[in-house]
Design a protein around this ligand. Structure first.
Ligand SMILES: C=CC1=C(C)c2cc3[nH]c(cc4nc(cc5[nH]c(cc1n2)c(C)c5CCC(=O)O)C(CCC(=O)O)=C4C)c(C)c3C=C
Ligand code: FES
Ligand SMILES: [Fe+2]
Length: 332
């Protein structure tokens, strides 16, 4: 139903129809990964760990408290907005948990937050935004360490031949072609990880989880695994690079579908663990926020980044423009 994510003709009729048709298949996938997504559990523990560190790192603004606002599952932004109002929150940071910016993810979430704010559902909050952080050294370090753990599962003599297959959620070509920044930002994260690893292994960036019949950005992760097997490159590590915790995309698609496929093709294939409760990652989250708070209080930065101010050159969604203005004024 999210017109900011994927505008459909006759959205109100077509969207529920597509969702209903898709539900049984997706219900089965969630059942297979243990009856639901662990994304809220991980996000909550990351938030709690981050706040504990932040109280030390930036005592001027302590105590810190995290709230989770999801776009499509509970706790929805609307419910979180109401809770923040009840709690009398006066200052908040919208901290996207997508490391790399896409208008289909962070953009849609900020649009929703803006709608709730404009409707007065959040009370009087001064907002600033951390809109992207895909090259933060702590994030890069945490991903790199998980790759090193996966590499250690291979026999030392074969280790340097292992192909690192970075896998990120794909985008419809219609989104890419209107100038969305995500593809560039994911690429830069991959490059930063490879620099940190000293370019020890060959690698590719591929794209997963496309839905529906329209054209999506490729190469698709599943096809890449088959292609590598065909070329005799049978040692592979799958690296999730655009997700910060486990959920259906890692636990079902990567672990159940693709790893199984790869093993059937005679490959030795492992996955770099998701960041989940990585202490290095949680420290990185705290560091990103502490830096933001201190830059903001010194007047070095405004409520939003310079880059966030620019709409995609092909954007025709008026909400994007209103949202950017609203956050640039601190949510007023
Ligand atoms: C970087 C991350 C993501 C991008 C980019 C993204 C784009 C995108 N997604 C859909 C449609 C669906 N996404 C679904 C679930 C889902 N997607 C992401 C991340 C990105 N999506 C996450 C973390 C999750 C949550 C999974 C979980 O908690 O288990 C779903 C629901 C599941 C399903 O039906 O497959 C849909 C649908 C589109 C259309 C899109 C780009 C336009
Ligand atoms: S789609 Fe990117 S700013 Fe609107
Ligand atoms: Fe998605």
């Amino acid at each position: 139903m999210d017109g900011d994510l994927i505008p459909l003709p006759f959205q109100r009729v077509l969207a529920p129809f597509i969702a209903k048709r898709r539900t049984p298949q997706i219900e089965k996938q969630y059942a297979d990964i243990g009856g639901g997504s662990p994304i809220l559990r991980y996000t909550d523990s990351q938030g709690a760990g981050m706040c504990e560190l932040l109280d030390e790192l930036h005592p001027e603004t302590a105590p810190h408290k995290h709230y989770v606002a999801f776009r499509y599952a509970k706790p929805l932004t609307q419910e979180t907005a109401r809770r923040m109002k009840e709690d009398g929150v006066k200052r908040a940071i919208a901290f996207t948990q997508y490391p790399q910016y896409s208008c289909s993810t962070t953009g849609s979430s900020l649009n929703e937050l803006f709608r709730r704010g404009r409707a007065g559902e959040m009370g009087d909050i001064e907002w600033s935004v951390i809109d992207r952080w895909g090259t933060h050294p702590g994030f890069i370090e945490a991903v790199s360490q998980n790759i090193e753990v996966a590499l250690s599962k291979f026999e030392p003599s074969r280790r340097s031949d292992v192909v690192l297959l970075f896998s990120a959620h794909s985008l419809p070509m219609s989104v890419v072609n209107r100038g969305d920044p995500y593809v560039l930002e994911v690429s830069v994260s991959v490059n930063a990880v490879m620099d940190r690893l000293g370019h020890s292994n060959p690698f590719r960036l591929v794209w997963q989880s496309q839905v529906g019949p329209s054209a999506w950005l490729g190469m698709q992760t599943g096809d890449a695994i088959k292609g590598l097997a065909r070329l005799g490159k049978k040692e592979v590590i799958l690296v999730p690079i655009a997700f910060t915790s486990d959920h259906i995309e890692t636990l079902y698609e990567l672990d159940i579908e693709y790893m199984k496929e790869g093993r059937e093709l005679g490959m030795e294939i492992h996955r770099a663990e998701s960041l989940n409760e990585s202490p290095v990652f949680i420290r990185a989250l705290a560091d990103i926020v502490a830096q933001h708070l201190s830059d903001y209080s010194l007047g070095n930065i405004g409520p939003t980044s310079v880059q966030m101010g620019l709409r995609c050159p092909g954007c025709i969604n008026a909400t994007c423009g209103q949202q950017k203005h609203w956050f640039a004024r601190g949510g007023r």
